[in-house]
Design a protein around this ligand. Structure first.
Ligand SMILES: *[C@@H]1O[C@H](CO)[C@@H](O)[C@H](O)[C@H]1NC(C)=O
Ligand SMILES: *[C@@H]1O[C@H](CO)[C@@H](O)[C@H](O)[C@H]1NC(C)=O
Ligand SMILES: *[C@@H]1O[C@H](CO)[C@@H](O)[C@H](O)[C@H]1NC(C)=O
Ligand SMILES: *[C@@H]1O[C@H](CO)[C@@H](O)[C@H](O)[C@H]1NC(C)=O
Ligand SMILES: *[C@@H]1O[C@H](CO)[C@@H](O)[C@H](O)[C@H]1NC(C)=O
Ligand SMILES: *[C@@H]1O[C@H](CO)[C@@H](O)[C@H](O)[C@H]1NC(C)=O
Ligand SMILES: *[C@@H]1O[C@H](CO)[C@@H](O)[C@H](O)[C@H]1NC(C)=O
Ligand SMILES: *[C@@H]1O[C@H](CO)[C@@H](O)[C@H](O)[C@H]1NC(C)=O
Ligand SMILES: *[C@@H]1O[C@H](CO)[C@@H](O)[C@H](O)[C@H]1NC(C)=O
Length: 362
């Protein structure tokens, strides 16, 4: 009895939902939800700024299909507002329309690996629900002014403006201090740009960060005795897995606090900087490191024997420094080691018998 009453209601609701997604009822949906027409217009404006779409996917953005079903577009089921715009690797050229700022429900913006040119529009700062912001490998240039980031305090997961496969090296200016407010951020990757200045001390508040990649920029440590003191601000990041500050202008000595980074750290890349003095013995705390790369720096004195505690170490590249004294026999404890480069240093003595180096010339 109960079910026979409920069942027809259920069917009606289902049909209604279904019809809402058909183009014929767009007007109705817009007047109820309030935002649909606005989102559709914003999508069309976004499309209008794209001058070339070789793969032709934007031809599919036409009125015969409800916009929530357009290629790369996803909407929330309740309000029918655009929540994701994912147009990765689509050969798109042109600029990113300022209408992007009208997608007030957008959570994921992924325009990775296209050829968008010009600057990132100011309006991006209005996307208060953005969780993932992925623009890597485009030709976007210019500065990201502070105020463009300032309203991005809701970016929860990822900010990606550069990636190793790209030749993208265009964003300039400083990394804004306000980014330190993104407490929920887990992934920060702005490598392969032309950012300069220091890493803001506010980054000590990024306690959820797992990947931090600022490699290949013109960044430096804060001025003072301990030029490389920025990693100290990441000692609160207990989930840090990957830290890459390679190919920048960091100088001064490696701070002891490097050993206070998360013991879950897997990747540490400090190569091609101007880091001097010793490799601190506290490095021995980072027992899960797999690659440790410090080549092309000015590190001197002995390699600390605590290196033998890094039982997961697979790659140790320390070539082209001024490391001296003998090669610690504790290298022999590193059962996972597959790549070791100590060339172009001032090391002396013999290769410890404990160390099996498969690629030594026979
Ligand atoms: C986007 O929002 C701005 C300001 O709210 C408005 O002037 C503009 O017409 C909107 N554009 C679209 C496509 O809705
Ligand atoms: C409009 O989009 C549909 C599919 O989304 C596609 O089949 C159709 O060819 C498109 N129309 C035009 C004129 O390109
Ligand atoms: C970038 O996009 C092009 C064109 O779609 C594709 O062939 C290439 O594999 C993509 N590269 C990556 C790294 O995703
Ligand atoms: C940031 O938000 C404030 C308050 O909502 C607004 O006045 C300002 O214009 C926004 N900034 C940007 C760059 O959108
Ligand atoms: C980024 O740096 C490279 C290398 O120094 C330079 O050739 C290029 O012009 C710079 N780009 C911008 C946008 O400043
Ligand atoms: C970290 O966040 C707290 C609380 O929001 C704030 O008071 C403090 O100034 C921030 N630290 C830095 C260095 O910005
Ligand atoms: C690093 O940890 C040690 C011992 O756990 C502590 O004494 C020291 O103050 C810490 N240093 C920094 C810079 O956090
Ligand atoms: C060693 O590093 C310096 C910069 O620190 C660089 O100029 C030089 O080319 C490097 N030499 C080798 C052999 O890699
Ligand atoms: C070790 O480093 C030197 C100096 O940069 C380089 O010439 C050599 O090719 C490297 N060897 C290996 C096996 O990577």
């Amino acid at each position: 009895m109960f079910w026979s009453v409920l069942f027809p209601i259920y069917v009606v609701v289902l049909l209604l939902c279904f019809n809402l997604e058909s183009p014929g009822l767009l007007g109705l949906a817009a007047s109820e939800g309030g935002g649909n027409v606005k989102d559709q217009q914003a999508l069309l404006e976004f499309k209008a700024k794209i001058s070339n779409n070789q793969l032709g996917i934007l031809r599919l953005w036409n009125n015969t299909v409800y916009y929530c079903q357009w290629y790369g577009v996803s909407c929330g089921s309740r309000r029918q507002r655009v929540t994701q715009l994912v147009l990765e690797s689509q050969h798109l050229t042109g600029s990113i329309s300022p209408s992007i700022g009208n997608f007030s429900f957008l959570k994921v913006l992924n325009l990775k690996n296209n050829s968008f040119i010009h600057e990132i529009p100011q309006e991006i700062g209005r996307l208060r629900r953005l969780r993932i912001y992925h623009l890597a490998a485009n030709s976007i240039g210019g500065e990201i002014p502070r105020n463009k980031w300032e309203n991005l305090t809701f970016v929860r997961e990822r900010i990606i403006f550069g990636e190793t496969f790209s030749t993208f090296k265009k964003l300039v200016g400083v990394i804004p201090e306000t980014l330190g407010q993104l407490k929920r951020l887990t992934f920060f990757s702005v490598g392969l740009n032309n950012f300069s200045g220091t890493v803001p001390s506010s980054f000590c508040n990024l306690s959820n960060i797992r990947t931090f990649d600022i490699g290949d920029n013109y960044l430096e440590g804060s001025r003072g005795a301990n030029d490389l003191n920025f990693p100290c601000s990441l000692t609160n990041a207990r989930m840090l897995r990957r830290l890459s500050i390679n190919e920048n202008n960091f100088g001064g000595s490696t701070p002891e606090c490097i050993g206070n980074l998360s013991t879950d750290l897997l990747h540490l890349n400090l190569d091609v900087n101007e880091i001097s003095r010793t490799i601190p013995a506290t490095i021995g705390n980072l027992i899960n490191l797999e690659p440790l790369t410090i080549w092309n720096n000015q590190l001197s004195r002995a390699i600390p024997s605590v290196i033998g505690r890094l039982q997961q170490l697979q790659e140790f590249k320390a070539q082209n420094n001024s490391l001296s004294e003998g090669i610690p026999s504790s290298f022999g404890d590193l059962k996972m080691l597959i790549s070791l480069n100590l060339s172009h240093n001032n090391l002396q003595g013999s290769i410890p018998s404990s160390l099996v180096v498969p690629y030594l010339p026979k």
